[in-house]
Design a protein around this ligand. Structure first.
Ligand SMILES: [Zn+2]
Length: 81
């Protein structure tokens, strides 16, 4: 079952690809080319069940160090209002 409308802003969802950025241990990983449905208003991405399962698997592999990837160097900025 795929959503047609964004549950946050009621914007329209379009099929596309996103990058999933996640924090893993002391770095972050970027999972590229993840198929998703993206809200044209707020940019929220929705994933099909099998896609989010796959993301979970990648995350588990990354956490256990089984994934063969180099962590990216990341700049982190504290946001102060
Ligand atoms: Zn939205």
């Amino acid at each position: 079952m795929i959503l047609e409308w964004c549950t946050f802003c009621k914007g329209t969802l379009h099929e596309g690809k996103v990058e999933v950025i996640a924090r893993v241990r002391d770095g972050i990983i970027v999972i590229k080319e993840v198929p998703a449905f993206i809200c044209d208003r707020c940019g929220e991405a929705y994933y099909r069940a099998e896609i989010s399962r796959k993301i979970d698997t990648v995350m588990k592999d990354a956490h256990s160090g089984r994934l063969c990837c180099r962590p990216l160097a990341t700049g982190e900025v504290e946001f102060t209002g």
